[in-house]
Design a protein around this ligand. Structure first.
Ligand SMILES: Cc1cc2nc3c(=O)[nH]c(=O)nc-3n(C[C@H](O)[C@H](O)[C@H](O)COP(=O)(O)OP(=O)(O)OC[C@H]3O[C@@H](n4cnc5c(N)ncnc54)[C@H](O)[C@@H]3O)c2cc1C
Length: 407
């Protein structure tokens, strides 16, 4: 089938591209190859406690917590505050009214953006004739990609699809495999970067963090250090979590990403962790005398790519250097420093899995190339902020501005 644009993937990056195309290219035919119909998780570890990729509609976007940073730093592809606010307001109009971009912190929504449902909504609008573009969702995986000066071709189980431009958003771990097959065999890297999440220690006597409640979710404050090494958050330390390091020991055992922890923790009846989880999700219990300080910091080349159950092999020294740097830079006075600096939790913010130079040599991602890679596989530096919304914003901006190149 022929399209003007094909988007490969149905996660947050894909959704950003589709919305960008909608805003700039009325009447154009957009096909989305949503991915394999099977739903399959991939994990960081053989114990399968922390997911790192998901093959299925919506990708990891079907499972993410939806946290969006508000510090206004490190937008990718030069996206400005105005475009950040405009995209944010499409999903969270009530929170947008209270958002002060540039104030360090993050937004925790009541309902995370779910790309599979959003794409379906857009496809339904198209059926009703109310959408700018003609959108077709194809629930198949891209098997192969090729391109020439006239455009690109993608094959799937139902045949070959041609388009002027293909937007590749198969995720940080699966985009490289797709490109290596046919287009850019030398582009995949053997290393992957991520965030590391670690415990810095405890502070007493801090004022309760000032949380802004909106109809769409909560705006939490956070802090950067002077050199922008990490993003630091305060959480209430209650019950057993008042003991230094108890919290991170628990988290390391559970391997839990914060937030969706509530159900599992309730079963395990750990009141300290329950208090933290309720704070993270609903903003309750912020006024404890003691607070735990956590940090999120980039861990460059933190994993080697393997295969099978050992898809990601941690490079312990690099993760430790990253968390040590966050500890050294932490901005709190009178902090009792953690005695378990070896403990860290994967950020699930995998990025930089493609070699940008090899990609450009293969003729991909150059401004006029028919093949554009828009997911985190091409992000080399995400800073300390949660990156996913900003990645989506960058995909949106690139698709929206591609209008001129392809006409
Ligand atoms: C529990 C959890 C919580 C998280 N919370 C946050 C958070 O609060 N804030 C934040 O910023 N980030 C968070 N993240 C990270 C975030 O989920 C990811 O960064 C983001 O979803 C990645 O989006 P993506 O579109 O790049 O890739 P993916 O979500 O990996 O999507 C890739 C898509 O491509 C499809 N695909 C793969 N191969 C093919 C193929 N050959 N053909 C066609 N399609 C294909 C897949 O099926 C999928 O639909 C969290 C992650 C997890 C697991």
């Amino acid at each position: 089938m022929d399209f003007d644009d094909i988007v490969v993937g149905s996660g947050l990056a894909a959704l950003g591209a589709v919305k960008g195309l909608m805003s700039s290219k009325p009447g154009r035919r957009v096909g989305v190859l949503c991915g394999p119909s099977r739903n399959e998780f991939f994990y960081y570890n053989a114990g399968r406690t922390v997911p790192c990729a998901f093959l299925g509609e919506g990708g990891l976007g079907s499972h993410w917590h939806g946290v969006i940073p508000t510090g206004g730093r490190h937008n990718f592809g030069g996206a400005d505050d105005a475009s950040f606010s405009a995209l944010f307001a499409q999903f969270y109009p009530q929170a947008a009214a209270q958002l002060k971009l540039g104030e360090p912190g993050f937004f925790v929504p009541w309902r995370a953006i779910r790309p599979a449902a959003e794409l379906q909504k857009l496809a339904n609008l198209h059926t009703d004739g109310r959408l700018g573009v003609r959108l077709t969702l194809i629930r198949e995986a891209a098997l192969d990609l090729s391109f020439d000066e006239r455009g690109a071709s993608v094959s799937s189980s139902s045949g070959a699809h041609r388009a002027s431009r293909v937007w590749v958003a198969a995720g940080a771990l699966h985009t490289p495999a797709l490109l290596a097959k046919s287009l850019a065999p030398r582009a995949p890297r053997t290393l992957v970067s991520d965030h590391a999440f670690c415990y810095i220690g405890q502070v007493d006597g801090q004022a309760a963090p000032r949380i802004v409640r909106t109809g769409d979710g909560l705006l939490y404050p956070a802090r950067y250090d002077a050199a922008n090494v990490a993003l630091y958050t305060l959480r209430p330390a209650a019950f057993a979590f008042r003991r230094l390091d108890h919290g991170i020991e628990q988290r390391a055992v559970f391997g839990l990403p914060t937030g969706n922890a509530v159900a599992k923790i309730t079963r395990r009846m750990s009141p300290g962790l329950l208090v933290e989880a309720f704070y993270n999700r609903f903003g309750f219990f912020g006024g404890t005398r003691t607070h735990s300080v956590y940090a999120q910091t980039p861990a460059i080349d933190a994993y080697e790519l393997g295969s099978g159950d050992q898809l990601l092999r941690p490079v312990a020294g690099r993760i430790r250097s990253a968390t040590d740097a966050a500890r050294a830079a932490q901005p709190f006075a009178n902090l009792r420093m953690s005695q378990r600096p070896e403990l860290a939790i994967p950020g699930i913010h995998l990025h930089h899995t493609l070699d940008l130079k090899a990609l450009a040599e293969a003729g991909i991602n150059t401004p006029d190339s028919p093949v554009q890679v828009i997911d985190a596989s091409v992000l080399t530096d995400i800073g300390p902020d949660h990156h996913s919304f900003k990645m989506m914003l960058s995909a949106h901006a690139r698709a929206a501005s591609s209008h001129h190149a392809s006409h």
